[in-house]
Design a binder for this molecule. Structure first.
Ligand code: PEP
Ligand code: MG
Length: 877
């Protein structure tokens, strides 16, 4: 009943039903929260009556009275959304304390120090959550109190000292919120429930939902539960337990706890907790029961669990269980281990992988050969290495990321308010907090490298500087963190692409058994092609030949070619380019031997290669001022004239793609010649080749017909009288809407279609792909005009319709016409699922994303099978 009760509420109910030791309580549903927002933040009319009813059942179960002077019932009020959002919404503990009940609690526990500490904690949380009073204001008074009395730690503070703080806190309420702290416990409860509802829309929750793509209208449930206390002395405590290691996936209990503490102390990172193994020594019986419960819960939920527990005077209570957030590495290992142990099926293992995180697995790690200046160590909280400029605030991380800078966000302890900084930074480093602190949990969930609890990190936020070990660093200095080992390294470090683990290889083999889509890679040079193959690419779906021209040595020759005024001049330049391209093709064919290599003929928007006109004009001015020789100036004038002739108002829609090939056929002739020369060289060496020549930016069937002929004629010339036969195909990009619409006619001349969804998105929406993402698109997404950036996730409704139409029409002309996608969407999960449903044959993405795309393709196939089964079941019913 997760949708209604939220994840936490549903699991608490389920654990209760299973007879596990859960403090009794009840859950206010997500329906109520949605109703609250639908009614413009008005509490649903029957809610309070229902809460009161449930509360009296709770009083009976506990034999305590809410607001009672003698035996008071205290409750926790905790948020719990449908999709886990750790730490993003609010919680209030110890609710039900007031000036009267605090005395009752004190008498009942015979521990006034404890009772008044609980009371001040309640006022603090309540003040912050309900009235938005800054927690720091309360904390400053705690610090002052400790200083005045000479207490080193909270646990030394006496009952009377806490009591005196209550009076101060009351005046804070008056001053900051112009109100009294409510003594009416029912009023406390009502305000708390409403505040938790409201916290669904606090800024950090909104940012988190956007980042994790959690729907805004889910709402949160509110769990009201009898309090149990981990801070009743040294035989009490509280902690977090993962049933497996969430960083590596190892099948060992992993967790942290604190004695004599309440829940927030562990996750907030304010005190650095103890390792769970220590509990086996401190409280062996509790540890045994906890370990046994952990196994039970894992088998019941058939997934790694993240369990919150409290020990109250030697008795164990479970406060929550949920599927634990984990790194990509751990996700793969746990899924494979569980499937191998028969706990789950192979297909479930595949579906468990958040494909989005997988590419993180393939992100760089520290080059083992690199000389490292390790300046400190922290806890290895989320693996992967990151290099960046150190910053000390989330806002700076965000601002610098917008300027394209890579940052490492360093802070004393990361609170959920810093979420935007965590998203923006390459990695996160904290001085305090354990592996289960919010910083660690959030970073792990996002697959960001994180080192936390580094005690040798001392930050001076005002001065924007820090000491890391013995080294002084200032904002902007380069550092590297290694989230797998916890090392902090001075300076930027060479990072190395990692290798596929045995677990991932196993998972990919399972994916191969179910996926229908083939996975190709986009690669433009031999090195990328080799990488693509080592990551399992089944071909090259897009080799952008203009990328081969981008080296400093080659650009001037390309300019020469474009600026040529006669065919002869152009051919001279092309003759220089031919051997360069040919050598690259030999390298790519060799890397991919036997697999298809789709080579796209030249498609550069001209402005990417032409000399910059304003710069030329400036240079001319300078020459004039310097009274240089007129011959030099005349030469420059000639260049300016030629560039002026070629400059376009809208190069993206200008003389590019097949239009170039039609007007300057000698360019494509040269490329085709280079391709087949390379093919013959490879064939001579016994390397199999399968070239597929792709014509870009076709909008009319006649364009393709003409260029197909050109390719075939040139190929024939090269291959004529040679001992080898070389089979090849000629196909086209579908990236102009007109091509999609007239796909039946285009297909007559094409052996395959490859959807160039970058241009197809640009031209369907009429959004310049060079400008939109930097200008209005973020606003469009922010303001929900568009659900997604269509350059990232394929727009199913519009662009997708063109894709489906083109596949259908193309296959009407040519049944079995091969179709694929090579725009950036080919490496994105939802777009891959779309391609599967649209009946495409392959997706092509960057080499790093190949494993990710294979898993996504398998997930798409499984989702289809499941929905077909569900449909059948419905029909039978
Ligand atoms: C496309 O348009 O989707 C494509 C792959 O080509 P390019 O990005 O090179 O224009
Ligand atoms: Mg394109």
């Amino acid at each position: 009943m997760k949708q209604l009760l939220g994840g936490k509420g549903a699991n608490l109910a389920e654990m209760t039903n299973a007879g596990l030791p859960v403090p009794p309580g009840f859950t206010v549903t997500t329906d109520a929260c949605r109703e609250y927002f639908a009614a413009h933040e008005t509490m649903p009319p029957r809610l309070f009556a229902e809460i009161t009813e449930a509360l009296s059942a709770l009083e009976q179960a506990r034999g305590e009275t809410f607001g009672g002077a003698n035996n008071p019932l205290l409750v926790s009020v905790r948020s719990g959304s449908v999709t886990s959002m750790p730490g993003m919404m609010d919680t209030i503990l110890n609710l039900g304390l007031n000036d009267v009940t605090v005395a009752g609690l004190s008498a009942k526990t015979q521990n006034p120090r404890f009772a008044y500490d609980c009371y001040r904690r309640l006022m603090q949380m309540f003040g912050n959550v309900v009235f938005g009073i800054d927690s720091q204001i309360f904390e400053q008074h705690v610090a002052k109190l400790k200083q005045t009395h000479g207490f080193a730690a909270d646990r030394e503070v006496t009952a009377d000292a806490w009591k005196s703080l209550i009076a101060t806190y009351k005046s804070i309420f008056r001053k900051q919120a112009q109100t009294e702290f409510p003594q009416d416990v029912l009023k406390q409860l009502h305000l708390a429930v409403e505040a938790v509802f409201r916290s669904w829309n606090n800024p950090r929750a909104i940012v988190y939902r956007k980042a994790q793509r959690i729907p805004d209208d889910q709402g949160t449930a509110v769990n009201i539960q009898a309090m149990v206390f981990g801070n009743l002395g040294e035989d009490s405590g509280t902690g977090v337990l993962f049933t497996r290691n969430p960083a590596t996936g190892a099948n060992t209990l992993f967790g942290e706890y604190l004695t004599n503490a309440q829940g927030e102390d562990v996750v907030s990172g304010a005190r650095t907790p103890l390792q769970i193994n220590q509990l086996a020594h401190d409280m062996p019986d509790v540890y045994r029961q906890l370990a046994e419960t952990a196994r039970r819960l894992e088998l019941h939920y058939r997934d790694m669990q993240d369990i919150e527990f409290t020990v109250e005077q030697g008795k164990l209570y479970l406060l929550q269980t949920r599927s634990g957030k984990r790194t990509a590495q751990a996700a793969v290992k746990i899924a494979v281990d569980m499937a191998s142990d028969g706990i789950i099926q192979k297909h479930e293992a595949l579906q468990r992988i958040e494909a989005e995180h997988l590419d993180r697995l393939l992100h760089p790690a520290i080059d083992p050969q690199a000389q490292l200046d390790v300046i400190a160590n922290g806890l290895p909280a989320s693996p992967g290495a990151a290099t960046g400029q150190i910053v000390f605030s989330a806002d700076t991380a965000e601002a610098w990321a917008k300027q394209g800078k890579k940052t490492i966000l360093a802070s004393v302890e990361t609170t959920p308010e810093d979420i935007h900084g965590v998203i923006a930074a390459e990695g996160v480093l904290t001085a305090r907090g354990g592996m289960t602190s919010h910083a660690a949990v959030v970073a792990r969930g996002m697959g960001k490298p994180c080192v936390c609890g580094c005690e040798d990190l001392r930050i001076d936020e005002e001065q924007k500087s820090a000491m890391i070990g013995k080294v002084a660093v200032s904002e902007g200095d380069w550092i590297t963190i290694d989230g797998a080992s916890g090392r902090i390294i001075r300076g930027a470090v060479n990072l190395q692409p990692p290798e596929l683990s045995a677990d991932l290889a196993k998972l990919l083999a399972w994916a191969d058994e179910v996926r229908r889509l083939r996975v190709y890679a986009n690669a433009d040079n031999p090195v990328d092609a080799e990488r693509a193959r080592s990551y399992g690419a089944e071909g090259i779906g897009l080799c952008r030949t203009e990328h081969m021209f981008m080296s400093p040595r080659r650009v001037p020759v390309v300019q020469e070619m474009f600026l040529a005024e006669t065919e002869q001049e152009r051919k001279a330049a092309l003759n220089k380019l031919l051997p360069m391209q040919q050598a690259d093709f030999v390298g790519i064919f060799t890397a991919m031997s036997g697999l298809p290599v789709t080579i796209r003929l030249l498609d550069p928007p001209l402005h990417e290669f032409l000399p910059n006109l304003p710069e030329l004009l400036l240079r001319r001015q300078r020459l004039e001022l310097e009274n240089r020789q007129s011959a030099e100036i005349a030469q420059l004038d000639n260049m300016i004239r030629k560039v002026r002739n070629l400059v376009e108002a809208n190069p993206m829609l200008g003389h590019r793609g097949c239009r170039l090939g039609i007007i300057f056929p000698e360019i494509y002739d040269m490329q085709v010649e280079a391709i087949f020369n390379a093919a013959l060289i490879c064939l001579d060496q016994g390397i199999e080749v399968a070239p597929e020549i792709m014509i870009p930016l076709v909008g009319h069937a006649n364009e393709l017909a003409m260029l197909r002929k050109l390719v075939e004629t040139t190929a024939e010339q090269v291959l004529r009288n040679r001992k080898h036969e070389c089979r090849f195909r000629v196909g086209t990009m579908i990236e102009v809407p007109r091509a999609a619409l007239t796909a039946d006619k285009i297909a007559a001349h094409a052996d395959f279609f490859s959807f160039g969804t970058n241009d197809l998105t640009q031209m369907t929406f009429g959004y310049s792909r060079d400008d939109a993402e930097g200008k209005f698109l973020p606003q469009y997404v922010e303001r929900n005009i568009l659900a997604e950036n269509p350059f990232r996730v394929l727009d199913h409704e519009g662009v997708g319709l063109l894709v489906k139409w083109a596949v259908q029409k193309g296959r009407e002309t040519k049944p079995g016409l091969r179709t694929g996608i090579c725009g950036e969407h080919g490496g994105e999960k939802e777009s891959i699922a779309f391609c599967h449903r649209a009946g495409l044959d392959y997706v092509s993405c960057s080499p790093f994303r190949v494993p990710f795309a294979k898993i996504a393709a398998a997930q798409a196939a499984l989702a289809e099978q499941q929905s077909a089964l569900a449909k059948k079941a419905k029909q039978l019913a």
